[in-house]
Design a protein around this ligand. Structure first.
Ligand SMILES: Cc1cc2nc3c(=O)[nH]c(=O)nc-3n(C[C@H](O)[C@H](O)[C@H](O)COP(=O)(O)O)c2cc1C
Length: 385
């Protein structure tokens, strides 16, 4: 079975090193000499190079080294993934756009029409990471006050309609959240390939909705056996409904020629995190079960970088260095490949990988790590939990 590899497009700026914080790429922080996208020319004027140009460079790099496409996250502080995909479509050839999308924020028929237009224009390069939201202040920021499980009920109905109208001219639906009469896409928009549905969320409601609608169930990295159990549960639930579920992991890597170099980068990065940021680290203002599972991996007090080593090559402090999920993989090229092999052995069918800076690391991981997959697993110890 072939394994799919995607890269991550950093939609709210990017550091130029894992060792530093602050956004040196993108206009999310004040422009300083050395910033790019946008940068300043010799006269101090903005040079016209936008952050979208930088994302295009990352997508082209990922495409060149064989990634199938990229995940385009969506948060209150990001550019919009639909707009990014449309802009990057003409800058790339085969790169697929995995739009992170919260169904509750759009009308299902309108969304189907946007998706069909994008499929038509890109030759079928669209797919989704369906997100249902983490509640709390970030959810209200979007104007969404639905409770956790109601949000999943709405997602499920949304996807029923999204599928229902795709090739139809006369589709009707009576649900708790949506009523539709004689919906369907215009003839010119019908017949496009239905976009793959990747689905993230760790609650019971999420797993149930994924079993019904998802092609791929997507998770952040967790300790390997814990993740393997979660994947087995999702696969069983889908099988009980007569379907087959594939599973995917989204994970950051620090891959270097030697393990020592990789940990040296982590140690330097950790030493640059302020005491105040370390103290703030534990908080969680959401109802997200997935985020709670990540939070449970944090020790009460981490004074040294190695207090956060969860298992060989697994480090639990990534969210301190650049936000997002806590756990990621650190090691030599061979070790990183072996850990990915470990995950494949535990039911992973696809990966969304990331590294900072995303442009240079796309080349490094694509050229140095991915070619080693499938070769090293038996020669190295399996990560113990
Ligand atoms: C790999 C992955 C990527 C995610 N990307 C986003 C995102 O871009 N935007 C967002 O608001 N939530 C994102 N989420 C959050 C989840 O989709 C989900 O809304 C959250 O975990 C709450 O659901 P839960 O309580 O079922 O875990 C992501 C989750 C995972 C695992």
């Amino acid at each position: 079975m072939s394994i799919d590899f995607y890269w991550r497009l950093p939609t709210h700026g990017c550091h130029n090193s894992i060792q530093t914080s602050g956004y040196e790429r993108g206009d999310w922080s004040p422009l300083r000499p050395g910033n790019i996208a946008p940068g300043r020319d010799r006269d101090g004027e903005v040079d016209g190079f936008t952050y979208i140009d930088h994302l295009a460079a990352i997508a082209q790099a990922a495409e060149a080294v064989g990634f199938q496409g990229g995940l385009i996250p969506s948060f209150p502080n990001t550019d919009d993934p639909w707009v990014i995909s449309s802009l990057l479509a003409r800058e790339t050839k085969s790169f697929r756009f995995m739009i992170a999308f919260q169904p509750g924020f759009g009308n299902p028929v309108h969304t189907a029409r946007m998706a069909a237009s994008l499929q038509r224009a890109t030759g079928g390069r669209l797919l989704f990471n369906i997100i249902t939201g983490g509640g709390g202040p970030a959810q209200l920021w979007w104007g969404d006050s639905f409770a956790h499980d109601d949000r999943y009920g709405r997602t499920s109905e949304f996807l029923d309609i999204f599928k229902g109208v795709w090739n139809a001219s006369d589709f009707s639906y009576d649900g708790a959240f949506y009523q539709l009469r004689s919906g369907g896409l215009a003839p010119a928009l019908r017949g496009e390939e239905f976009p793959e549905i990747w689905f993230s969320g760790s609650s019971d409601a999420a797993l149930q909705t994924a079993a019904r609608h998802a092609d791929y169930y997507l998770s952040w990295l967790e300790p390997f056996d814990q993740l393997g159990e979660k994947f087995a549960r999702v696969k069983e639930r889908t099988a009980a409904l007569g379907g087959e579920q594939k599973c995917a992991v989204r994970v950051d890597l620090v891959a270097r020629a030697t393990e020592e170099e990789a940990w040296a980068d982590i140690e330097k990065g950790f030493s640059n995190v302020s005491e105040e940021a370390r103290q703030r680290w534990g908080g969680q203002g959401s109802d997200s079960v997935g985020a709670a599972r990540q939070a449970a991996l944090r020790p009460a007090d981490a004074r040294r970088y190695d207090d956060l080593i969860v298992a060989p090559n697994l480090w639990g402090g990534f969210s301190l260095l650049r936000g997002g999920p806590a756990l990621g993989i650190v090691g030599s090229y061979e070790q990183c490949a072996a850990r990915l092999d470990d995950l494949i052995a535990r039911g992973t069918d696809a990966f969304i990988l990331a590294g900072t800076p995303h442009l240079e690391e796309a080349y490094r991981v694509g050229e140095e790590v991915l070619p080693l997959l499938g070769r090293q697993a038996s020669a190295l110890p399996v990560a113990a939990e």
